[in-house]
Write a protein that binds this ligand. Structure first.
Ligand SMILES: Cc1cc2nc3c(=O)[nH]c(=O)nc-3n(C[C@H](O)[C@H](O)[C@H](O)COP(=O)(O)O)c2cc1C
Length: 200
C-alpha cells in the first residue's frame, strides 16, 4: 500500500498492518523480524533482532526469555524502541513505547503453538548466559527431553511475551535521491493521533 505522506491515514495501526502485509509479499524469509533496542541496568543501550508475534492498538508483542540480557534490561527500564527495515520496499517503521508483560494466557497460547523441540530448548537454554561448549548445551537439551518425555512441555516461568505500547510510530519511505518521506504518529490529549511530516 503506497502512502500519501501529505495526507496520512488517521489510524497508524491499520497502516502498519498494511505495511506488514506488503513485507510478507516480498518473499523475505523473516518479514516480521525487528530490532529491539533496550537500556541495560547500567544505562547502556543494547539491541538485537526478534520476531514480531502480535500487533494491535495495545502494542507490538514478541516472546523471549525474561532472564536474558534483554529481559534483565526490560525489567530495569521497561521502555523499548523497535525497528523494522524492508530493503526490497525501501521502507522502515520505528516504534517506541513502554513495555509490559503479555498475559500468562497469551504467553501460554504462543508457547503451546511452538514446535516441541523449541519448547524443550526454551528450558535447556539459559539465554544470554555463558556456556562451556556445545556439548554442554546438548547435554542440557537431552536432560530436558528426558524430563518432559511422554508429556506436554509447560511454558518455563521465565519465558513469555513483552508488549511495547505504541507511544510513537514513524513510517519511512526511501527516495532514490535521499529525499525520503517520513511521518510520525503521536498521541493527542484525547487519545487520538496527531501526525507530523519530518524532513528526511
Ligand atoms: C531472525 C531472528 C529472529 C530472532 N527471533 C528471536 C525471538 O523472537 N526471541 C528471542 O528471544 N530471540 C530471537 N532471536 C535471537 C536474538 O537476536 C538474540 O540473540 C537473543 O534473544 C539473545 O539476546 P539478548 O542476549 O540481548 O537477550 C532472533 C534472531 C534472529 C536473527
Amino acid at each position: 500500500m503506497s502512502l500519501d505522506f501529505d495526507r496520512p491515514p488517521a489510524d497508524p495501526v491499520t497502516l502498519a498492518r498494511a505495511w506488514f502485509k506488503d513485507a510478507e509479499g516480498t518473499g523475505l524469509p523473516n518479514p516480521n523480524a525487528m530490532t529491539v533496542a533496550t537500556i541495560d541496568p547500567d544505562g547502556r543501550p543494547s539491541a538485537r533482532i526478534v520476531l514480531l508475534r502480535g500487533f494491535d492498538e495495545r502494542g507490538a508483542v514478541f516472546f523471549t526469555n525474561r532472564e536474558s540480557r534483554k529481559g534483565v534490561a526490560l525489567e530495569a527500564h521497561p521502555r523499548a524502541a523497535l525497528l523494522f527495515h524492508w530493503d526490497p520496499l525501501d521502507r522502515q517503521i520505528r516504534i517506541e513505547g513502554r513495555v509490559t508483560h503479555a498475559s500468562d494466557e497469551e504467553s501460554d497460547g504462543y508457547f503451546a503453538a511452538r514446535a516441541r523441540e523449541s519448547q524443550i530448548n526454551a528450558w535447556a537454554s539459559s539465554q544470554s548466559r555463558p556456556v562451556e561448549d556445545r556439548a554442554t548445551m546438548i547435554a542440557l537439551q537431552r536432560a530436558m527431553t528426558e524430563r518432559f518425555a511422554g508429556r506436554e512441555v509447560p511454558r518455563p516461568p521465565h519465558w513469555g511475551g513483552y508488549r511495547v505500547s505504541l507511544d510513537r510510530l514513524e513510517f519511512w519511505q526511501g527516495d532514490r535521491h535521499r529525499f525520503h518521506d517520513r511521518v510520525i504518529y503521536l498521541h493527542d490529549e484525547r487519545g487520538g493521533w496527531i501526525t507530523q511530516r519530518l524532513c528526511p
